[in-house]
Design a protein around this ligand. Structure first.
Ligand SMILES: *Cc1c(COP(=O)(O)O)cnc(C)c1O
Length: 399
């Protein structure tokens, strides 16, 4: 079937939760995608920061193929070697001592919220201690608890009554955060860099100040690294840029090279509150996805992809800035590593559409911030080609 035929069938059978573009990708390799009509695209969205290793990385493909032929799924009633090995790998490379596995970012955040509430109530012997402060413009997921945690009215509309206990404060504003802390507060939950919110990078002083506030008020510091983690910023975890350590961290998107997975990591003392029967997931951390994740994490670490993300990030950032100086509608280029936003004074939707026509996959968030999250394996030539296409579009708009 060609793209048009697929789109017609989609209209008939698929719920309209996404404003999908009329593109039907059927094959991918590295930074490139092909649609059902054979058209080639340069992919600078990478499945929204999922395909950090590019599409169909050979090591991930091999791990999936081997594991699929051996054991795809078994229950968490039993011990799962691949899950154990992945947990060890993540703990050895982070502050964390223990991991819980699930299937998505929202579920990882759900687990973090449940753990924070249970830990705090037990530790302080107070049922009143359940509040979580999050940031305006944050994004933590689409389940009911994570929608309540998310600081964007547009994702909450129509779904009230929302889960009680979430307060939103402006991001990167320490005094607003401090003022929101009350005796009911048990945790502060933030993205180290806001993704959906428009690639907002907070100051080092802010992040360190949040850690101090958490210590002073005995609150848990939860970091949602679902989008920024797994090497995207040039460090395995983005919080390393700020010299802070959370108590709980969530990961998902790029963790398994494209296979669906989520995880919530914590210090031992905090993790101890998750006792048998308090939380769980049928598929969470099953042999197939955890085998893929081991391959993905090892590839990031062993193939020098952290350095590469830093280097290519600097290059892409520089090229975007150069381009930006030539067009008055470009406000700012910001981000760390390969997590880059270009904010505009005009809506970005038209640019994205023109990109599609010219074979470039891009994304716009918050209406006017172009988001660049290519695979960490992206080459200089691919960046140059992307800039060429973008320049062509900018010229057209300027005319
Ligand atoms: C994508 C994202 C989520 C939600 O992840 P899902 O896998 O879609 O549930 C949560 N937090 C952040 C920061 C994200 O970018």
């Amino acid at each position: 079937m060609n793209s048009e035929q697929w789109i017609e069938k989609s209209d008939k059978y698929i719920m309209k939760t996404y404003g999908r573009y009329p593109i039907v990708p059927v094959k991918g390799e590295g930074c490139r995608l092909w649609d059902a009509d054979g058209k080639e695209y340069l992919d600078f969205l990478a499945g929204v920061a999922v395909n950090n290793l590019g599409h169909c990385h050979p090591r991930v493909v091999k791990a999936l193929q081997d594991q699929a032929a051996t054991l795809i799924h078994c229950s968490n009633y039993y011990q799962i070697p691949q899950q154990i090995e992945l947990a060890e790998l993540l703990c050895n490379h982070s502050f964390a001592d223990k991991a819980f596995f699930c299937n998505s970012g929202a579920e990882a955040n759900e687990a973090a919220i449940k753990l924070a509430r249970k830990y705090s109530r037990e530790k302080f012997d107070s049922l009143e201690r359940y509040g979580i402060i999050t940031a305006a413009e944050s994004f933590h997921g689409r389940t009911l608890a994570t929608v309540a945690a998310t600081g964007q009215e547009k994702v909450q509309r129509f779904f009230d009554p929302l889960l009680h206990g979430f307060t939103h404060v402006p991001f990167d504003d320490l005094s607003a955060l401090e003022a929101a802390i009350n005796p009911e507060t048990c945790a502060i939950m933030l993205e180290p860099i806001q993704g959906e919110g428009g690639i907002n990078v907070p100051s080092v002083a802010y992040m360190q100040g949040v850690r101090e506030l958490c210590d002073r008020h005995k609150l848990l510091f939860i970091l949602d690294e679902v989008q920024v983690g797994m090497g995207r910023t040039g460090k395995l975890f983005a919080h390393e840029h700020f010299g802070v350590t959370p108590d709980i961290m969530t990961l998902a998107k790029a963790l398994a090279g494209g296979a669906p997975i989520g995880t919530m990591l914590a210090r031992d003392e905090v993790a101890a509150s998750f006792t048998p029967g308090t939380h769980g997931s049928t598929f969470g951390g099953n042999p197939l996805v955890t085998a893929a994740a081991i391959a993905a994490v090892k590839t990031i670490l062993e193939d020098g992809l952290l350095n590469r993300a830093e280097e290519m990030g600097e290059y892409l950032h520089g090229e975007l800035e150069k381009l930006g100086t030539r067009y008055s509608f470009v406000k700012e280029v910001r981000g760390i590593g390969l997590m880059i936003g270009m904010s505009l004074t005009i809506p970005g939707a038209e640019i994205v559409k023109k990109g599609h026509m010219l074979g470039l996959l891009l994304n716009v968030t918050q209406d006017s911030v172009l988001r660049f999250v290519p695979p960490l394996t992206v080459t200089k030539q691919e960046v140059n080609r992307m800039i060429e296409i973008l320049e062509k579009i900018f010229k057209e708009i300027d005319a």
